[in-house]
Design a protein around this ligand. Sequence first.
Ligand SMILES: [Mn+2]
Length: 341
Amino acid sequence: MDIQQTLFTQIMQLVQSSSRISIVTHINPDGDAIGSSLAWAGVLRQLNKTVTVITPNNCPDNLQWMQGYSEILKFDTQKQEVLDCLLHTELFFCLDFNNLSRLEELGESILKSTAPHVLIDHHPNPECFAKVAISVTEASSTSELVYHTIIGCGYEQYLNTQIAESLYTGIITDTGGLSHNSGRPELYHIIAHLLQKGINKTAIHDIIFNVFSYDRMKLLGTILKDNFVFMPEYKTAYMYITIENQKLHNFQLGDSEGFVNYPLAIKDVVFCALFTEYENNTTKVSFRSKRQFPANEFSAKYFNGGGHLNAAGGRRACSLHDAINAFENGLHSFKELLLKS
Ligand SMILES: [Mn+2]
């Protein structure tokens, strides 16, 4: 991966001159957000830095085994502790997002600090708020970029089993278990190195992917059976989760994680969406696509969102019904692109 050594040198200098460092990541943190943040925190702590990982809210249960999880500060439930921490922060690392809006309210608090920001991320179109930015869209994950940062900064001696486990988790969760965004041979050299550090690959896959509750499995069944629409004329399919579905199946944070990928298993689908209805007249949408169809452009145009070419998300202040209408209308203007994708 082509990352200028000068960027690592700058990061090393910033780390050397700071003793209190905060690592922040995006709302609804996923495996890559938590994995990359905890891995980097684990390295910096071995350099005797006082490191705090801050998230806007909590992450799903299946990520809570990683080393350092229990010390994460969550802005929604530990606001005062976070604000106190920000006051003393001398250096920020912003991981797995590139736009402060991804932090929601936490972003405003961070902007009040005069401490420099270092961005490490793989999403397209970064906002320019960082002093140093490692922004590489070809990377499978932020965890892969943190691995390069560890090596590039000469911190390889601190790459222990627990840090390797966190990085591996980030890589496999952002690539759907190495199914997409994971075709570069270099990535497998990294994985080989992580395996050499003693990680248990089978155990991590099990703890990350085989975690459905019975309620969650039944919810998936309901969605696939009753709330699934296939539109072959657009090579598109979508699914939706109503508030009623959520109540009936005792919906927990993270329960719909991965559901959005199911329609892609249909041979002729190149684009799909999962709508989730919320109480406050808001509808959240996740998008997935195959090949060159730009899920992120579609999301930006109709759902105030963004993301990667093949995986994006957004939301709209409207009912589920109106959101689905907006989606179907949007398909008309993307029809040509859909059909040739
Ligand atoms: Mn990521």
